[in-house]
Design a protein. Structure first.
Length: 187
């Protein structure tokens, strides 16, 4: 761990991700990408299910269809919704499992990593590559499982292990990053 700088900048932080951290980052980023990809279909299925329930209930209540037909419609709609959710869950898990080795190989290629956080964004260097993420391009910052994720809108996240940061500084870092992201969105 290396930290220098003033109150407005953090880092540089030098670290190497452990195999368990690499696996966690790969799993989380793959899952998040797949959820984003299937979000519209999931919302459509839920809306369709709710509309069928509402429509069948109103029709049965006003005696436009028999109560038995209304109940059968509700049961069929619930079964269809459950089947759709199970199929989506299976597809997400399969896709995530298939993408994880690629993400792990990419992370393992970067041995010693360095992250520098300043007023405009974060610079991530490792494995002979350098990547810059401006706060305007950043979607979210979060801490999960001892890792700090800086999620880009359209790319893989920049990840810092909380162990590479001094005690108590991780919360302040997340707060500063969120503040900078909000400030740059309003510009």
């Amino acid at each position: 761990m290396t930290t220098t700088g003033d109150a407005e900048s953090f880092g540089p932080y030098t670290f190497t991700l452990s195999p368990a951290e690499t696996e966690a980052v790969a799993a989380r980023s793959s899952l998040r990408a797949e959820l984003r990809r299937n979000l519209l279909a999931s919302h459509f299925a839920l809306a369709a299910f709710a509309l069928v329930l509402l429509f069948a209930s109103i029709m049965a209540k006003t005696d436009l269809i028999s109560r038995r037909v209304g109940e059968a419609t509700v049961i069929v709609a619930a079964a269809a919704y459950i089947i759709q959710r199970l199929a989506t869950h299976r597809r997400i898990m399969r896709w995530t499992r298939n993408r994880r080795p690629t993400a792990i190989a990419s992370l393992e290629a970067d041995r010693a990593l360095t992250a520098r956080i300043d007023e405009a964004g974060v610079t991530f260097e490792g494995g002979g590559r350098s990547r810059r993420l401006e706060w305007v391009e950043c979607e979210e910052a979060e801490e999960a499982g001892g890792l700090i994720y800086l999620w880009a809108r359209s790319d893989t996240p920049i990840v810092l292990p909380a162990r590479a940061i001094r005690d108590g500084e991780a919360g302040r870092l997340i707060a500063q990053v969120k503040q900078r992201m909000g400030r740059n969105r309003t510009l």
